[in-house]
Design a protein around this ligand. Sequence first.
Ligand code: SAM
Length: 293
Amino acid sequence: MRLSPALAYGCHYSAPPLKHLLTFTLLRHHRPTHSTPLLPTTLLLSSQFPNPNFLTGNCPFFRMERFWAGSGINKNKAMVEHLKTYGVITSEKVAEAMEGIDRAFFVPDGNAPYYDSPMPIGYNATISAPHMHATCLQLLEENLQPGMHALDVGSGTGYLTACFALMVGPQGRVVGVEHIPELVSSSISNIQKSAAAPLLKEGSLSVHAGDGRLGWPEHAPYDAIHVGAAAPEIPQALIDQLKPGGRMVIPVGSIFQDLKVIDKNLDGSLSVRNETSVRYVPLTSRDVQLRGG
Ligand SMILES: C[S@@+](CC[C@H](N)C(=O)[O-])C[C@H]1O[C@@H](n2cnc3c(N)ncnc32)[C@H](O)[C@@H]1O
């Protein structure tokens, strides 16, 4: 079946000279047998209008736009249902994790928490769009089994870190590393409001201030490593901290970025493939990020 084009939002890259550029990229889902319909919010940015109703606001995508942007009641479960309907979430385990961790605790006040778009969280950073979170959870699912170890580099709001923790459970270990201390503090507060709070309290989930390019050796090796910011190249420390049989998902590149899936084989060799094109903020030093460039 022919694949549908979709637009993936990683995170806004607000630093010059890219300020003027679009904060999304055109991509194709790479699973050959799986057709992914256009996501509602991204469809607005696509040049491929599905039918004449698109421009009138009467197509289902517009109705879902309004739905997702709504507020007043918890629509987290409905957001997950939509991601399932559109083929972004394909596993019950990922659905359960995203249903369990209410996004409203992680999105700053004043933003629509269930809207499928990245949102600013201060310090030139963003919380990634729900469909990017879902995509990364899907890619890492096999490596987020109960009892496994996971590292979330550039953990930002702590949303994905909390989802990881629900998936690996109390026998597992999840570490978030974020280089903006204020975001570390706010992410801990966010997690404390969420279903992952007991795991934080028990200590199987922790978030640390540090340079994520160095990983977090204390709890290595990791079955799963997620990097939430785009690296110019794959940091060697992260490769070293990946367990044989483990998987890393990392955006790599500057203006044009690929979401890379890196599997460490049992003999220590690496298999690398590009999942899709994305746009994330850079994995960089704190000073460079705070200067906005
Ligand atoms: C896209 S944002 C947050 C992503 C996070 N998954 C979320 O959705 O909340 C990327 C994060 O990476 C952080 N970051 C960038 N470079 C970093 C580095 N060298 N070490 C640790 N964190 C870094 C930024 O501060 C930012 O919070």
